[in-house]
Write a protein of this length. Structure first.
Length: 224
């Protein structure tokens, strides 16, 4: 079931979209300002964001730019600004589509289906770390000899992000924003502690890891 984050400062519209999307079997989170939207996006990892540009605290274009700093989630802009310049600014900032108010629900649903199809999210992979075979979709671990380790929610999040991009360096700031949210980019000690926990639980030799690798001063990468 896809999760949608709807961001709008009009209470009636927000309620109507929540009800109609839920009736079509979407999981729906809502926010009525930009700061709340960013916090919820970081905590809930939506599959799609429907975003009004005219928010009371932060301009919607700035919200798009902030999201694009750490996520590729599809974004549909929903706004009363009909001018082409506003559309261009939103699309240049990273929006995937633009719906002008007033709009029909059928049109919005069609745009949501189209953007979701284009995003083409792959199924979470199954990876092997040390003697552990890990299904990142089901959050299950099968260990070769002995009981499988228990991973916390944060440890699963870190592992999922790294394993989804095998061999690619993921920067410290990107990991911190994706797992803990905006504003945590400097808290690198969080990463050191949690990556050390992951290595102790998963690597055969935590002192000389083969899969969960550190690039000093830069970030981390997963080596299959």
């Amino acid at each position: 079931m896809a999760r949608v984050l709807v961001v709008d400062d009009e209470p009636q519209l927000l309620r109507a979209l929540r009800i109609n999307l839920a009736a079509r079997h979407y999981e729906v989170d809502t926010a009525d300002d930009g700061e709340s939207a960013l916090r919820i996006a970081a905590a809930r990892s939506p599959d799609l964001v429907v975003l009004d540009l005219g928010l009371p605290d932060v301009d919607g274009v700035d919200v798009i730019r902030t999201l694009r700093g750490w996520t590729e989630v599809p974004i549909i802009v929903l706004s009363g600004r009909a001018g082409s310049a506003d559309k261009v600014h939103a699309l240049d900032a990273g929006a995937d589509d633009y719906v002008t108010k007033p709009f029909s629900l059928d049109e919005l649903l069609a745009r949501i289906r189209a953007v979701t199809r284009r995003s083409g999210r792959a199924e979470p992979p199954t990876v092997t770390v040390g003697r552990h075979r890990i299904d990142l979709g089901d959050h299950t671990i099968v260990s070769d000899g002995g009981d499988p380790p228990h991973l916390t929610r944060t440890e699963w999040q870190l592992l999922e992000i790294l394993a989804a991009h095998p061999g690619k360096l993921i920067t410290q700031s990107s990991l911190l924003q994706q797992v803990w949210g905006p504003g945590y980019e400097s808290q690198t000690h969080y990463l050191r502690q949690y990556m050390a926990h992951l290595r102790r639980k998963l690597e055969n030799d935590p002192g000389r890891p083969r899969h969960l690798l550190t690039e000093p001063g830069m970030g981390y990468r997963f080596s299959p």
